[in-house]
Design a protein around this ligand. Structure first.
Ligand code: T46
Length: 125
């Protein structure tokens, strides 16, 4: 939610307004080196809201059949991502800050990091 005025911009993330779940964890990805791609996993349960606070990043999501790929930047709407989607992030600009609000604590066993296993057992759709 943008609250800009003549002084500049102020953006708000608020549970019950534009955050669709109670937030248990916030993390942000920044300083990603040139040419690096991140992600390569899906989540079993985790729901997240992505906000690109600065810069830009290419996002790719697939459920194993449908594939969406787009450049996400500071002018984009926040992105709500539920469980069961495989994601890859690439082409981070040097100034990219990708902030993520999550509805669960960090749990490594919530990750599916093997694409073949994802396609076999876990994909939605
Ligand atoms: C996601 C994409 C968009 C923690 O200890 N706590 C945390 O909350 C997170 C998110 C990560 N970590 C550790 C686990 C690894 O040792 O930080 C290290 C890097 O995490 P990972 O390799 O999972 O980073 P990405 O960029 O591949 O994935 C992250 C999130 O993990 C994931 O939930 O959806 O960003």
């Amino acid at each position: 939610m943008q609250k800009g005025d003549t002084r500049g911009q102020l953006a708000v993330a608020e549970v019950g307004s534009n955050l669709p779940f109670p937030v248990r964890r916030v993390y942000w990805i920044h300083g990603t080196k040139p040419g690096i791609r991140r992600g390569f996993h899906a989540h079993k349960r985790l729901r997240q809201v992505f906000v690109c606070v600065a810069g830009s990043v290419r996002m790719m999501f697939t459920d194993g059949e449908r594939r969406d790929e787009f450049v996400f930047d500071a002018f984009s709407e926040a992105l709500v991502v539920g469980p069961g989607l495989w994601r890859v992030m690439s082409e981070f600009s040097p100034d990219c800050v990708l902030m993520v609000f999550a509805d669960r604590e960090y749990e490594e066993d919530d990750y599916i990091r093997d694409f073949a296993a994802y396609m076999r057992d876990c994909r939605h759709g």
